[in-house]
Design a binder for this molecule. Structure first.
Ligand code: LLP
Length: 426
């Protein structure tokens, strides 16, 4: 993570804990999550955007400890399933600070959200409106936002650009069903429309797309005011804030994002004679990714036919599907020993039976890399474990938390027994 430091003897420390020591103690593959780094990042959002509501996007990675940490730092939680909702509820997460998303919320999810008294629900389909209205009662109305599709292309891969035209997310912003959704929500006495929502995409490193989204959303706020006489108090810009995966990568500058979105919002609202709504942001990756490192043990080093060198490790696309899904780039380094060998170009590959299971293509690693070596992949905290699978019954890795020089296991390694435990017939 960003907090990694060399210790005495060249050992790499995270949260004051040696990575080699953690690997020996908990086994590999291992995800090491730096509690202080999560907290620091959560606090940085509150400091940069003191007037805004900051919701951690649980989809990046959620476990009970993570929910505790972001809650203690004053953040809310963006959830998008009954699973995330139940886990948050079990940790005692304040329900008022929870917002429920989903383009296909089940009746059960809506009921659960209502029963838990979650603070906000984002409407992303006309059918949801009467369904939710029937669950709520007029004297304790459910606060909702309407998700719109701003038609702005941003994000690291077409698979994550949810804000462009043609996507299934949100309502059309210019007339059409967006206006209709707003009309229908306002007509329900048991729903209170607090604002509009949009989410552009993920791993965005520029502020401009957010400013363009603000233009469209404020335009719609003005049309709603003209049509209904209602000024909505909230504007949710979603998440998508990009992080650095490799040295030299661009990341979204939080201070710049905060200053320019705040200024832009105020200016656009002034033009329309609107009072300035409160911003909501939903960062997931920017809080979780830089706070974890993935540790793998090299199992074999092989020289391929066309001069390539492969180092196969004990994890792969089952714990990190991002390279296979999106071609995502990563950095990797040798930890636990120092090497005087010259650098070599090595493909770090996984253990799964697919040619596409490459974790880091053309990595810069010492030429004497050998079985038993330990490799560390930084910025591993988001969309890896949360998208991990049970491919080849390998079992999902363990997760350890480090803080103040101590490590503790948060999630044990998944075993074949876990798979077998779900079998109820043969
Ligand atoms: N809000 C909404 C409505 C979202 O759909 C998302 C992410 C977020 C917030 C948080 O976005 P973040 O700040 O983490 O970028 N699996 C992909 C990323 C998918 C993001 C999905 N939605 C990846 O590994 O790149």
């Amino acid at each position: 993570p960003a907090s990694a430091r060399p210790g005495a003897g060249g050992e790499l420390l995270v949260g004051g804990v040696g990575l080699a020591e953690a690997a020996d103690r908990f086994g590999t593959p291992l995800y090491v999550l730096d509690e202080e780094e999560v907290r620091r990042r959560a606090r940085a959002y509150r400091t940069a955007l003191p007037q805004a509501q900051v919701l951690y996007a649980a989809k990046a990675f959620l476990c009970s400890a993570m929910a505790d940490w972001v809650s203690e730092e004053g953040l809310g939680l963006d959830v998008c399933s009954a699973g995330e909702l139940r886990l948050a509820a079990a940790t005692g997460f304040p329900p008022q600070r929870i917002l429920l998303h989903g383009n296909a919320k089940s009746p059960e999810e809506l009921r659960l959200a209502r029963r838990m008294r979650v603070g906000r629900i984002v409407i992303d389909g006309l059918a949801e409106i009467p369904r939710l209205a029937a669950l709520a009662i007029a004297d304790t109305p459910q606060q909702v936002l309407v998700r719109v599709l701003p038609d702005i292309a941003a994000g690291h891969h077409s698979a994550v650009r949810t804000g462009v035209a043609g996507q299934r997310f949100g309502f059309r912003i210019d007339g059409g069903d967006g206006a209709e959704a707003v009309d229908r929500v306002l007509a329900q006495p048991s729903l209170r429309l607090t604002g509009l929502h949009c989410h552009l995409g993920s791993q965005i490193t520029e502020v401009e797309p957010y400013l363009a989204a603000l233009d469209r959303l404020v335009g719609l706020l003005a049309r709603i005011r003209d049509r209904h006489g209602a000024e909505l108090p909230e504007l949710d810009l979603g998440g998508g804030h990009g992080v650095r995966y490799r040295p030299g990568d661009r990341e979204l500058d939080l201070a710049d994002f905060a200053a320019r979105t705040t200024r832009h919002l105020a200016a656009r609202c002034a033009e329309h004679g609107l009072s300035v709504p409160r911003l909501i942001v939903e960062p997931g990756r920017a809080i979780a990714a830089p706070a974890a490192v993935a540790l793998y043990r090299v199992l074999s080093v092989k020289h391929g036919t066309d001069g390539r060198t492969f180092a196969a490790v004990d994890g792969g696309m089952s714990d990190n599907p991002r390279p296979a899904l999106y071609g995502s780039p990563y950095a990797v380094r040798l930890v636990g020993r120092t090497s005087e060998a010259p650098p070599a170009v090595i493909d770090v590959v996984g253990r799964h039976c697919e040619a596409g299971d490459v974790l880091v293509r053309a990595a810069d690693l010492p030429a004497d890399l050998r079985p038993g070596d330990l490799l560390a992949v930084p910025a591993a905290g988001a969309y890896q474990l949360s998208m991990a699978s049970g491919y080849n019954l390998v079992g999902r890795p363990a997760v350890a938390a480090v803080s103040g020089g101590r490590a503790r296991l948060l999630i044990r390694r998944e075993t074949v027994g876990d798979f077998q435990a779900r079998e109820v017939g043969r």
